[in-house]
Design a protein around this ligand. Structure first.
Ligand code: NI
Length: 197
């Protein structure tokens, strides 16, 4: 390795490390214990293809909420498939007590009609929601989550969206009570959902 190559390698490592730390620090739950996040969560109003939807509409139900975007190549489909499999392994009565929500943080590309179809593909009761970018930024922060639009060179997509991948569990009173990290096994998700029913 030439000195220049060594230096750029080192610089690359430092940048990767910084980016990793930054991303981790924006995923609140990666660094904090569940009992410290009682100030997070809360009500919101978003749009669906059939009109405005408020978290308050689902009082009395356990809400499982996920932030993502439709053209996500891998992370969102994996997480939503796990949530879907967990829901499907519950009986009908239990499933009726849970409201799954998919919130797109890519409103420019994901139309409300498409978000609805995408969501019901994963589970018939899953509602697909979105809002304007400023509101979504505020809302994700409110939930200890983050997303960022990242330009892609040499790609027809134009940009991708970096985002936290967690399922936010909101109880029947509208309080955020638990978050489920990405890649949690389906059986564990089932256990968590059943705990709050
Ligand atoms: Ni995704």
């Amino acid at each position: 390795m030439t000195l220049k190559a060594k230096l750029s390698y080192l610089l690359g490592l430092v940048l990767l490390f910084c980016a990793g730390m930054w991303a981790a620090s924006e995923d609140f739950f990666q660094n904090n214990q569940p009992n410290t996040y009682t100030t997070l969560g809360g009500d919101f109003t978003l749009n669906s293809h059939t009109g405005e939807v408020n978290l308050k509409d689902f009082r009395g139900k356990l809400v499982a909420l996920y932030f993502g975007f439709m053209s996500c190549p891998d992370v969102c489909p994996t997480a939503l498939s796990s949530l879907s499999a967990a829901l499907r392994s519950l009986n009908t009565k239990q499933q009726n007590q849970i409201q799954p929500l998919f919130i797109s943080v890519d409103p420019a590309r994901d139309t409300l009609e498409n978000i609805a179809a995408f969501s019901t593909y994963f589970h018939p009761s899953m509602k697909g929601l979105s809002g304007d970018l400023d509101y979504l930024e505020k809302l994700t922060r409110q939930y200890g989550a983050y997303f960022r639009h990242i330009p892609l060179e040499d790609s027809a997509l134009g940009y991708t969206v970096d985002h936290t991948s967690r399922i936010y569990i909101i109880n029947q009173d509208g309080v955020l009570i638990e978050t489920i990290p990405h890649a949690t096994p389906v059986t564990k998700i089932v256990t968590i959902l059943e705990k709050y029913l």
